[in-house]
Design a protein around this ligand. Structure first.
Ligand SMILES: Cc1cc2nc3c(=O)[nH]c(=O)nc-3n(C[C@H](O)[C@H](O)[C@H](O)COP(=O)(O)OP(=O)(O)OC[C@H]3O[C@@H](n4cnc5c(N)ncnc54)[C@H](O)[C@@H]3O)c2cc1C
Ligand code: SF4
Length: 328
């Protein structure tokens, strides 16, 4: 591991200041992602600014009935919180489908949304990778790409966004609150992560030195009827091949509210707006669900080994809608 300095400021202002002034500095939260990448030599910060002393671990109700997830709230604490279990089961289920109990006890909200891809070439410093070393090429395009993305891909990068938690956050229409050297700003969750395009090294809208303060989940009564389905190679402790976060409200025989987002298939957490449009205002039925699933994967671009993800994701969408809609 490369040598580095370590600091643990007690205040928000000095934490942001320290990172924004030093080019080679990173925030450290739970450490479950960053320390691995440092051991592999993929990330080599000269300064680690540990933010765990900052008062950002709260999970609190907002005046409008939404819930604020502090950036330092642990993944386990969010998953088991009564407000989350009752109002947003899809979020609780997604968190519990991720990683292992021990990792969830360390991992934080901010670290989760900032986690980096599990593309094996990205993690292997002996191979070309545009995300790790811009301009070096993408080993996955003609390599082993079974786990890679089919939506939002570019000729520069096809890496999958690995987070489970981010999938329901995209569906729920959450907002990210950010503190930078120039003040605070908020960004809609679906705009927070960037498509790879020709600059896959740039993964989010965060500028260097900006710190995530919280993720705010809006009030959405329909989300009480929601679920997360994750399909993976092993029953636990594996990243998604595909996953679906679904929220469905049917009233008077018609779909009144629907939210769908996909994981495991996109280069970023993927809100399936085209599928939602097919479903809204219609009577729920298996053919309608299949039509929506096809719309969700329209434009998918598969490589040699990941073509199976297109149908797998469609089937997962149909399963999620069928389960929530109560029709087979
Ligand atoms: C073996 C293993 C299996 C896993 N399986 C899954 C899985 O199935 N599903 C899944 O979703 N995840 C999985 N993960 C990933 C895990 O969820 C992440 O490692 C974790 O959420 C990162 O959170 P952290 O607090 O430990 O972040 P850290 O490792 O501390 O930081 C990660 C990154 O976020 C940045 N960062 C942290 N906090 C902030 C902030 N507030 N503002 C700005 N930047 C910040 C850091 O600088 C760093 O770049 C797995 C991880 C491991 C090691
Ligand atoms: S898919 Fe992206 S992360 Fe993986 S090797 Fe290609 S450029 Fe690197």
């Amino acid at each position: 591991m490369h040598p580095f300095h370590y600091e643990q400021p007690q205040e928000l202002g000095s934490s942001v200041d320290r990172v924004s002034r030093a080019q080679e500095a990173s925030f450290l939260a739970g450490g479950t992602g960053l320390l691995d990448l440092m051991k592999l030599g993929v990330e080599t910060p000269a300064l680690l600014v540990d933010v765990r002393k900052l008062p950002l671990a709260q999970i609190q109700e907002l005046p409008d009935g939404g819930v604020r997830l502090g950036a330092l709230a642990r993944n386990s604490d969010v998953a088991h919180h009564p407000l989350i279990r009752e109002r947003y089961p899809v979020l609780s289920e997604a968190l519990l489908a991720g990683a292992s109990g021990q990792i969830r006890n360390m991992a934080t909200v901010g670290g989760n949304i900032m986690q980096r891809t599990r593309c094996s070439y990205f993690r292997d410093t002996s191979t070309p990778c545009n995300k790790r070393t811009p301009g070096s090429g993408c080993s996955a395009l003609e390599g082993i790409n079974r786990g890679h993305a089919v939506l939002g891909v570019s000729e520069s990068c096809i890496a999958t966004h690995p987070s489970d938690m981010c999938v329901p956050l995209a569906a729920l229409g959450a907002t990210v609150r950010i503190q930078g050297p120039k003040g605070e700003r908020t960004v809609p969750f679906t705009d927070f992560h960037l498509l790879p395009g020709t600059t896959p090294q740039r993964e989010t809208v965060l500028e260097h030195g900006e710190l995530v303060l919280s993720v705010d989940v809006p009030a959405l009564p329909a989300a009480k009827r929601s679920l997360y389905i994750k399909v993976r190679d092993r029953a636990s402790y594996a990243f998604a091949l595909t996953s679906v976060a679904a929220i469905l409200e049917v009233e008077g025989g018609v779909i009144r509210q629907v939210r769908l987002a996909l994981g495991g298939v996109g280069t970023k957490p993927w809100r399936a707006l085209a599928a939602e449009q097919k479903l809204m205002g219609q009577a729920p039925s298996p053919p309608l669900y299949r039509e929506a699933a096809q719309a969700a994967l329209e434009g998918a671009k598969a490589r040699e080994h990941n073509g199976f993800k297109v149908e797998l994701a469609q089937r997962t969408i149909v399963r999620a809608l069928t389960t929530l809609g109560g029709r087979s």
